[in-house]
Write a protein that binds this ligand. Structure first.
Ligand code: NDP
Ligand code: GDR
Length: 337
């Protein structure tokens, strides 16, 4: 039975990847950090199938112990401070979690006695102020946030350890991917959750920042399949994973409101300058031809279907929470997750 260690298992991608690996017959270990409450909403349905290991990205010895305890064949390094906006107010912490921790993990991998295949969660944010359209594995990087800078360090460390120590290490340069499990602070889920609340009469209006930014949005469930495929090749390499279609935030708002039959959404959305970023990534569009050719990977879910799934899921969850609240059987935690 192959085994895998997933850091960031409580996050959006970690939950889909854990499901995928369990389906494939892996023994799955999930690295979790200590918190006053265990954040397990996204993996509640598979809790009994996972073995959890306490460790923290900032503590190198705990990473080594997690590796030794799991004796994993594959390590998927998904844990990070992943929210770009926060990285502007916490650039040093972001450098520690998102950048330096990858060096800690790579060093730990060099210490263990068996060979491990390593996946690093890199990002299209590294392209930032894009130098070519569309972006592929050969496009120059120009990050525009402390998050992007930290991820670029992690990306090059992964490449460097592969070249220096013959480690089987892959960097997956993934473009934005979303799902009903996306964190509420990211723009897609913020929009679908707000639209669902408006539809149910629970909210009057909400605020957004830059509506003209363009992203290449795919479905997270598709993207974890690409991660797994990267670690099954004869040779390690880096791959862009994207849909090859880009939309603006405005398009996303249009599509989300259309799901609840609202065409003119101007009364419901305020644009607030404080939600603009100090430096913005204006447009991202990925070229995933290498992943298609070498991994046989293509996305299964298009933009409209993704938006609809997210809106419908939010409506359903909020409606259920409202009913439970009426009956007095609902504990208010985070109804959206
Ligand atoms: P999430 O924000 O949903 O999840 C982040 C995970 O990292 C959580 O499980 C979190 O744990 C964990 N984590 C954070 N800090 C620590 C720490 N100090 N020690 C241990 N665990 C920690 O991210 P996603 O699932 O969306 O993304 C997964 C990875 O892929 C991230 O590295 C992200 O930067 C990257 N990425 C994401 C893309 C996307 O569009 N989703 C695109 C490209 C790259 P906790 O629950 O305790 O907070
Ligand atoms: P991003 O995702 O920064 O691309 O990083 P996010 O959804 O936060 O922003 C996308 C774009 O929307 C604009 N925007 C807003 N964003 C948020 N969060 N809230 C708003 O109110 C709002 N209004 C407009 C942003 O300015 C931006 O242009 C995500 C994360 O998952 C990273 O971890 C990952 O590496 C990249 O995707 C690829």
């Amino acid at each position: 039975m192959p085994s895998a260690l997933i850091t960031g298992i409580t996050g959006q991608d970690g939950s889909y990847l854990a499901e995928l690996l369990l389906q494939k017959g892996y023994r799955v270990y999930g690295m979790v950090r200590r918190a006053s409450t265990f954040n397990c909403e996204r993996i509640r349905h598979i809790l009994d199938d996972i073995e959890f290991i306490d460790a923290d990205l900032l503590d190198q010895m705990s990473l080594l112990q997690a590796l030794r305890h799991s004796h994993a064949d594959e390590v998927y390094n998904l844990a990070a401070m992943s929210f770009v906006a926060t990285s502007f107010v916490q650039p040093v912490a972001t450098g520690e979690y998102t950048g330096l921790s990858v060096a800690r993990m790579l060093e730990a991998l060099r210490q263990v006695e068996w060979s491990v295949r390593f996946y690093q969660a890199s990002t299209s944010e590294m392209f930032g102020n894009v130098q070519a359209i569309p972006q592929n594995e050969l496009t120059s990087f120009y990050p525009r946030s402390p998050y992007g800078v930290a991820k670029l360090y992690a990306h090059w460390m992964t490449v460097n350890f592969r070249e220096s120590y013959s480690l089987y290490a892959c960097s997956g340069i993934l473009f934005n991917h979303e799902s009903p499990r996306r964190g509420l602070e990211f723009v897609t889920r913020k929009i679908t959750h707000a639209v669902a609340q408006i539809h149910l009469g629970l909210l009057q209006s909400f605020s957004l920042g830059n509506l003209e930014a363009r992203r290449d949005w795919g479905f997270a469930g598709d993207y974890v399949e690409a991660m797994w495929r990267m670690l099954q090749q004869d040779e390690p390499s880096d791959y862009v994973v994207a849909t090859g279609v880009s939309h603006s935030v405005r398009d996303f708002v249009d599509a989300a409101f259309a799901c609840v039959g609202i065409e003119d959404w101007s009364p419901y959305v305020r644009v607030e300058p404080q939600l603009f970023r100090p430096a913005e990534v204006e447009q991202l569009l990925g070229d995933a031809s290498k992943a298609a050719e070498q991994l046989g990977w293509t996305p299964t879910k298009g933009f409209e279907e993704l938006v609809r799934d997210m809106v419908e899921n939010d409506i359903q969850q909020l409606a259920q929470a409202r009913e439970a609240l009426k009956k007095g059987s609902y504990a208010i935690t985070n109804p959206a997750r």
